[in-house]
Design a protein around this ligand. Structure first.
Ligand SMILES: C[S@@+](CC[C@H](N)C(=O)[O-])C[C@H]1O[C@@H](n2cnc3c(N)ncnc32)[C@H](O)[C@@H]1O
Length: 269
């Protein structure tokens, strides 16, 4: 009982750390990406395991998407998943609203001719046009598939709905949306404790996220049903997923966050 309550002693430290984070999410994300020095399994980014293992677990679902059209990685960060997706689709376009993230993703993908990147706020009214122009710049027109990992759970409900609505013209009749999101069932204290934070020690990649970024929420079937209403979307399949972090509790294997995946198609009228 006492040991179960001990994690709540973390609260003052969490409040102190997170009070320094910029209140505007775009500013917070851009400053975060500007501070990152290294990525991958030994890097600074909490959700970058440096491995293809998580993406490979999604392949049975991604194989239901049209493999002859490009895939758009929405909220690509440093582009780890964009680079992996470029091995399975003819082109992978990574989009992020942080210019620092896009710069970093471009550097990390140097030499991969089937990946490109652009700055785009996917909740903005002109997002679908920006996606169309970025695809055109890479030599593609028409519908595309969409991949989203770890983005919807950082948006509020309005942002989630705006992003989903912007995807309708992108996927059209041929594309599909695959999403995989953190769906942790507890409080923020439970969440950081799950990732190894104690009163005395917080793993550095986790501390960097707490210090610099807005507190994330969760995204599961309930949130998906609101953001992707049945009037606009057909749910093809969904279920639980494991979101892999950079190794935290031991040096070689990632820590796992309970997650949710869904595969959707735009309803044709
Ligand atoms: C937790 S990171 C995930 C990055 C990447 N998808 C991955 O799994 O490695 C969330 C990313 O979403 C981006 N993001 C948040 N809101 C966005 C928006 N409205 N439009 C585009 N990107 C956004 C952030 O800048 C950040 O890079």
């Amino acid at each position: 009982m006492i040991s179960a309550l001990r994690k709540y002693l973390l609260i003052p430290r969490l409040i102190r750390l997170s009070s320094a984070a910029p209140k505007d999410p775009l500013t917070a994300w851009d400053q975060y990406w500007g501070r990152i020095r290294s990525t991958g399994a030994a890097g600074d980014v909490l959700w970058d395991s440096g491995s293809a293992h998580e993406l490979n677990s999604y392949l049975p679902h991604l194989q239901l998407l049209d493999p002859t059209i490009p895939i758009v990685d929405v909220g690509c960060g440093n582009g780890s998943f964009t680079r992996l997706l470029a091995q399975h689709f003819p082109h992978a376009l990574g989009l992020d609203y942080s210019a620092n993230a896009v710069d970093r993703a471009r550097q990390e993908a140097a030499g991969i001719t089937t990946a490109s990147f652009a700055v785009c706020d996917m909740t903005a009214p002109d997002a679908a046009q920006t996606v169309g122009k970025a695809l055109e710049a890479a030599g593609w027109t028409g519908n595309a598939n969409v991949f989203i990992r770890g983005v919807l759970h950082v948006l509020d409900r309005n942002g989630q709905a705006a992003l989903a609505a912007n995807l309708l013209p992108v996927v059209g009749a041929r594309g599909g949306v695959f999403l995989a999101e953190t769906n942790f069932p507890g409080t923020p204290v439970d969440y950081v404790s799950h990732l190894g934070a104690t009163r005395k020690f917080i793993p550095a990649p986790l501390e960097g996220a707490i210090r610099g970024l807005p507190m994330p929420g969760r995204f599961g079937a309930t949130q998906r049903a609101k953001a992707f209403p049945t009037a606009d979307w057909n749910l093809v399949r969904d279920g639980s997923a494991s979101i892999e972090t950079r190794p935290l509790s031991n040096p070689t294997s990632p820590d796992l966050i309970p997650g949710y995946y869904a595969l959707l198609r735009a309803r044709q009228r």
